[in-house]
Design a protein around this ligand. Structure first.
Ligand code: PMP
Length: 446
C-alpha cells in the first residue's frame, strides 16, 4: 500500500466526530474538539499529525502495561482467529475457565466464584444484585439497602449511580429513578497520616440504627477515585470490615480502579489485610485492551443466591465471558504474575513523591498526594479541563484534569525520564494558574 492511501485510511474526520459522536460527559450541542489518536505504543499516544504524547492516564486506570504490548496483542490475535465470541449460556471455553482460575488464585481465599461482566458499572450492579439475592436466600427481605461512604464513585448505570456521592452533582438530575441508599461521611484520616477512630462514630451509628435494612456496605478500598482522588487510612477500611461482621452486613469492595497493583499492593484491600465478601474488578483486568469486568464472591454468598426464591442468579449479559476479552485478561495477568509491577510501582511512587513534593509551596496548590503509581495535585479552585488539556498537549503529555485535580496514573512501564516529563507538566500548569480568574495563564502556544 502506498503512503498516500495509508494516510487516508489513518486520517480521522474530526469535524464529523465533533458533529455526530458523543464523548464521555460532553455536550453534543456544544461539542469540544477531540484529539485524534492513530496509534499507541508503550507509554506514548501518537496523534494524527505525527506528534507523540506521554500518557499519564493509562486510559483511565486501564492500560497498566502500556499500549500494543506484544504479549497481549499476540494473545488477542490468536484468540480472535480461533473464537472471538460465543454465547456463555450452556457453553464454556478455555479462556473463561483459565481466567477464573487465575482470579481465584490471585484474590483472597474466600473469593471462589467468578461472574464475568462487561464493564465496571455492570460489575457493581451485579455485586448489588448478588447481595440482595443473598439475603433473600436467607429469608430476609428487609435487607435491601446499600450503605456507602460519601465521595465515592462506582459507575454511571442506575444502581451504580445510587451509590455515588449524592452531592457530587454527577447524577443528581435523575431524581426518583435513582434509588435512595444510605451514606456515611467520607473517611478523613489520610493513608499516610494518623488514624483517628472517632471518625467511625457516625458510620457506626448508621450500622447500629439501620443494620436490619442494610444488605451490604459498598466502598472503594483505600482510594476514592473519581470522587476526589483521596487515599484513606488502612485502619479505617479494617474497621469497616469489623462493623460488617458485627452487624451481619456483606462487604462489597470496588477494586475497579485500584486492582492489579495501582496502589502498591496487588489489591488495595491487602493494605488492610481484610477480605471482601464480594469484589468488583474491571479496567486493568484486561490490561485495558478490551472491556471486561468481574464480580467475585464467596461460597457463602453464592449459596445464598442459589437459596433465594429465584434459585439462580438473575443476570446474564450477551457478551458474558467473551473469549477474546478473557484471552486479553489472561495475558495481562500473566504479565502481572511476572511481578515486575511491584518494582515499577514502587519506583514510580518514590519518584512522584520526590518530584511533586515542592508543588505544595505553589500559591494555588492545596495538597499533594501520592500513593503507588498515582500522583495528585489538588488545586484551590475548579479547573477548566478543556483549556488545560491543550496546555498539556503543548507540553507533550496526555493528562486530563477534572474538578480541582491535576493527577496522573501512568502505565507501570513508564521510564524515569517520561515520568519526569509528566510531573514537570503537572507542576508547570499548577504553577501558572491565574489566581484572579481561576484560569490558566497560558504557558505555551506551540
Ligand atoms: N468503580 C470505580 C471505582 C471506577 O473508577 C469506575 C470507572 N471510573 C467504575 C466503577 C465504572 O467502571 P466503567 O466505567 O467500566 O463502567
Amino acid at each position: 500500500m502506498n503512503t498516500q492511501s495509508q494516510s487516508t485510511i489513518n486520517s480521522i474526520d474530526l469535524q464529523f466526530d465533533r458533529k455526530h459522536l458523543w464523548h464521555p460527559y460532553t455536550s453534543m450541542a456544544n461539542a469540544l474538539p477531540a484529539y485524534g489518536v492513530v496509534a499507541a505504543e508503550g507509554v506514548e499516544l501518537q496523534l494524527q499529525d505525527g506528534s507523540k504524547l506521554i500518557d499519564g492516564t493509562s486510559s483511565w486506570w486501564a492500560c497498566v502495561h502500556g499500549y500494543s504490548h506484544p504479549k497481549i496483542v499476540a494473545a488477542m490475535q490468536q484468540q480472535t482467529a480461533k473464537l472471538s465470541h460465543v454465547m456463555f449460556g450452556g457453553i464454556t471455553h478455555r479462556p473463561a475457565v483459565e481466567l477464573a482460575r487465575l482470579l481465584v488464585e490471585l484474590t483472597s481465599p474466600k473469593l471462589t466464584k467468578v461472574f464475568l461482566a462487561d464493564s465496571g458499572s455492570i460489575a457493581v450492579e451485579v455485586a448489588m444484585k448478588m447481595a440482595l439475592q443473598y439475603w433473600q436466600g436467607k429469608a430476609n427481605t428487609d435487607k435491601q439497602k446499600i450503605l456507602t461512604i460519601k465521595n465515592g464513585y462506582h459507575g454511571d448505570t442506575f444502581a451504580a449511580m445510587s451509590v455515588c456521592d449524592p452531592e457530587g452533582g454527577m447524577h443528581t438530575m435523575f431524581g426518583e429513578l435513582v434509588t435512595k441508599q444510605l451514606f456515611a461521611p467520607a473517611p478523613q484520616s489520610r493513608f499516610d497520616g494518623e488514624f483517628d477512630p472517632e471518625e467511625l462514630n457516625e458510620i457506626a451509628s448508621i450500622f447500629e440504627d439501620n443494620h436490619q435494612q442494610i444488605a451490604a456496605l459498598l466502598v472503594e478500598p483505600i482510594m476514592q477515585g473519581a470522587g476526589g482522588m483521596r487515599f484513606y487510612h488502612s485502619d479505617y477500611l479494617a474497621a469497616l470490615r469489623k462493623l460488617c461482621d458485627k452487624y451481619n452486613v456483606l462487604l462489597i469492595l470496588d477494586e475497579i480502579a485500584t486492582g492489579f497493583g495501582r496502589t502498591g499492593k496487588l489489591f488495595a484491600y491487602e493494605h488492610s489485610q481484610i477480605e471482601a465478601d464480594i469484589l468488583c474488578l474491571g479496567k486493568a483486568l484486561t490490561g485495558g485492551y478490551i472491556s471486561l469486568a468481574a464480580t467475585m464472591c464467596s461460597d457463602e454468598v453464592a449459596q445464598g443466591v442459589s437459596d433465594s426464591p429465584a434459585g439462580v442468579f438473575m443476570h446474564g449479559p450477551t457478551f458474558m465471558g467473551n473469549p477474546l476479552a478473557c484471552a486479553a485478561a489472561i495475558a495481562s495477568i500473566e504479565l502481572i504474575k511476572e511481578n515486575q509491577w511491584q518494582t515499577q510501582v514502587s519506583a514510580i511512587e518514590t519518584q512522584l513523591k520526590t518530584e511533586l513534593a515542592d508543588a505544595i509551596n505553589y500559591e494555588h496548590v492545596n495538597d499533594v498526594r501520592v500513593l503507588g503509581a498515582v500522583g495528585v495535585l489538588e488545586m484551590s479552585s475548579t479547573l477548566n479541563t478543556a483549556e488545560l488539556q491543550q496546555e498539556f498537549v503543548n507540553l507533550g503529555v496526555w493528562i486530563r484534569p477534572f474538578s480541582n485535580l491535576i493527577y496522573i496514573m501512568p502505565p507501570y512501564c513508564v521510564t524515569a525520564e517520561q515520568l519526569s516529563k509528566l510531573t514537570h507538566a503537572m507542576k508547570t500548569v499548577a504553577a501558572n494558574i491565574n489566581p484572579s480568574t481561576n484560569d490558566i495563564a497560558f504557558i505555551s502556544h506551540g
